[in-house]
Design a protein around this ligand. Sequence first.
Ligand code: THU
Length: 141
Amino acid sequence: MSEPGHDPRLVEDLVTRAHAARERAYAPYSRFFVGAALRTDDGRVFEGANVENASYGLTICAERVATASAVAGGARRIDAIAVVGGGSRPAAPCGACRQFLYEFNPEMLVVAESPAGERKEWRLSDLLLDGFGPGDLEDVH
Ligand code: THU
């Protein structure tokens, strides 16, 4: 049996939802519209889109919106995330998003697709090698 994150039908569903979420992005400044959809270990799907602000530095990426929504919904483990960016190539999650996601499963599947359907896939731990995570704080106290 395939891992939850790698079930082809579930991956297709996430990518479809990420395309739909991208339609809701608020990106009047960059015009780079991004959508994300993630699946948690209990089978729920959460979506996100980038939200920009007139105070540019407050911008939130689609991946972090989806992750915060999942965590606020009670989830603590993410099996897979799909991201659809606005450019001609699949846009991998930015460094800040890689770190933010790492907290909730370094081995999650990350799928990036361009609006035209070009796709790339990774494990998060390959995008963030030797990442810093909860385990690094364990022996402090
Ligand atoms: N953006 C995302 O939503 N996710 C990423 O991983 C990269 C960048 C957004 C932030 C900003 O609104 C726009 O794309 C351009 O950087």
